[in-house]
Design a protein around this ligand. Structure first.
Ligand code: DOR
Ligand code: ZN
Length: 366
């Protein structure tokens, strides 16, 4: 197959670790990885240290992102046990509210159902609420969302039971969108045998039957998002390795392999990685923002030499049929032939007011 040009990808689920986890990733390194992966907009999760749970932390994070980001960035607000009366005031400054119902990396968790209900009821209906709610917790969360007429976006659907719960709740009229990760579409629990801690992630890699159900129900899935969750090699090989995988640079090679194999239509890939994410999170798209790829020649993904600061991938040695050749942001070449060309601070911070860019101009983005 030939060289193709796609719209720049929008990844709605990324952890860039600033502040507090700069040894894992920074805005400069994480957005370089994004551009190398053909991703031109990322939505950055709130489970940093400290987490993004109030106005001053959000402002501080926005300033750090504005100084260093090389692609466009939207920020999440995080629901916590002590911000139920305040976090909804941040709605216009962020892409969405993130609620961790299940346990995962970091301290953010809303485990109390009354508190969860209060968070859902207070958040404005026109902005998504992104939930990390696994297995049997998910139907209860979907019911709460429907009760208050809110838009629930389900992060990283991994199980057959989860996608079926989403389909059922939608049939009853609930407003639900959802995403899957490349790793849940490609890997299963069987891969843990050779991956060990490198394959440890939340939600955990699931069964081959669950993976098959995600492919079977792909028409019901709105987005593919990486859940890029970098941890250092030292952390992953420690006695207590944290869960999470980097994914920004491997998503497009893996998805283009599915296209080459005839398992995914190219038009559907574009919907899942650009059109739908933009619609769901109300993100700008620009016809001058694109990624040129090559599909066909097979090669093995390298173990190292990645832009992500942690410089590893669970897909090392994996044979793929897609490669990013060049990424263009608003008409400017920002990645080409292995080199990131965009400078830190050249990306835009989406939502909210008055972002000052590296050029020193104050701009307003909506
Ligand atoms: O594996 C994961 N790692 N799942 C999550 O939900 C969080 C993430 C992280 O931040 O490391
Ligand atoms: Zn995540």
């Amino acid at each position: 197959m030939p060289q193709l040009t796609l719209p720049g990808l929008i990844d709605v689920h990324v952890h860039l670790r600033v502040p507090g986890g700069e040894q894992k990733e920074t805005y400069a390194t994480g957005t370089a990885a994004a551009l190398a992966g053909g991703v031109t907009t990322i939505l950055d999760m709130p489970n940093t240290s400290p987490p993004t749970t109030d106005a001053s932390r959000l402002a501080a994070k926005r300033a750090l992102a504005a100084a260093e980001a090389r692609c466009d960035v939207g920020l999440f607000a995080g629901a916590s046990t002590d911000n139920v009366d305040t976090v909804f005031r941040l709605a216009e400054e962020v892409c969405a509210l993130k609620i961790y119902v299940s346990t995962t990396f970091g301290p953010l968790r809303v485990a109390d159902w009354a508190l969860l209900e209060a968070h859902i009821s207070h958040w404005p209906a026109h902005k998504p609420i992104v939930v990390h709610a696994e297995g049997p917790l998910l139907p209860r969360v979907l019911l709460l969302g429907a009760r208050y007429g809110k838009h629930i976006h389900v992060a990283h659907v991994a199980l057959q039971a989860e996608i079926e719960a989403i389909i059922t709740a939608r049939e009853r009229g609930a407003y639900i969108t959802c995403e899957v990760t490349p790793h849940h579409l490609v890997l299963t629990v069987d891969d843990i045998r050779h991956l060990g801690p490198w394959g440890d992630v939340r939600p955990k890699l699931a069964s081959p039957a669950d993976r098959a159900a995600l492919w079977h129900h792909l028409p019901a899935i709105d987005c593919i998002a990486t859940d890029h969750a970098p941890h250092t090699i030292a952390e992953k090989t420690s006695a207590n390795p944290p869960p999470g995988l980097p994914g920004l640079e491997t998503m497009l090679p893996l998805l283009l392999t599915a296209v080459d194999d005839g398992r995914l239509e190219l038009a559907r890939l574009i919907e899942l990685t650009s059109t739908n994410p933009a619609r769901i999170f109300n993100l700008p798209r620009d016809p001058r923002t694109s990624v040129e790829v090559e599909v066909g020649p097979r090669y093995r993904l390298p173990a190292q030499g990645w832009q992500t600061k942690v410089d590893w991938t669970p897909f090392a040695g994996y044979e793929v049929a897609g490669r990013v050749l060049r990424t263009t942001l608003r008409g400017t070449h920002v990645y080409e032939a292995g080199h990131v060309l965009a400078s830190p601070g050249s990306g835009r911070i989406l939502f909210g007011q008055q972002v000052s860019t590296s050029t020193g101009r104050a701009k307003r983005y909506g």
